[in-house]
Design a protein around this ligand. Structure first.
Ligand SMILES: [Cu+2]
Length: 156
């Protein structure tokens, strides 16, 4: 009888250690997302008038989240998520934000597209970009339009 309860005790200890390890492991990439947005910038399109792209790093030290909407305070402008499918830009409705890593929006890759901006929006114009996360809620970024990057073409 004494041996039996000792065995049960050992199992309980092992079960507890396994449970603890699972909790510690899961804590890294589960539970609520921990979103931190860095290096956000908005750059005017070098090719198309009234268009700009927004780039940023979305660091997530918590559990997974989903970026389910984006908007701006620019009158008449439409804002959407674009991903690259080969060399083509494709519109997507949502962007998954996995836990334990950074999701990067950058030139030539996934980005946020602003279209149909009014003529009043020029380099230096401030605006607010609103990101809507499924779990983390609304985040606002205060940005200034930057002039288009130099294109390899003759300037007049
Ligand atoms: Cu685009």
């Amino acid at each position: 009888m004494a041996k039996n309860s000792q065995t049960r005790g050992k199992f309980a200890v092992i079960a507890f250690i396994v449970f603890l390890a699972a909790v510690i492991f899961a804590a890294c990439h589960s539970g609520p997302p921990q979103i931190a947005i860095g290096e956000a910038r908005a750059v005017l399109s070098p090719a198309i008038y009234g268009e700009a792209m927004v780039f940023m790093n979305i660091k997530n030290d918590g559990g997974a989240d989903v970026l389910k909407g984006v908007n701006s305070d620019i009158p008449g402008a439409t804002v959407s998520f674009h991903v690259m499918e080969g060399k083509r830009m494709a519109h997507v409705a949502t962007v998954g934000i996995p836990g334990g890593k950074s999701t990067v929006f950058k030139m030539g890759s996934s980005h946020i597209m602003i279209e149909d901006m009014p003529r009043t929006m020029v380099a230096g114009s401030p605006f607010t970009l609103t990101l809507v996360f499924e779990k983390s809620g609304v985040r606002q970024l205060h940005l200034k339009l930057e002039k288009a990057p130099m294109m390899p073409m003759p300037m007049s």
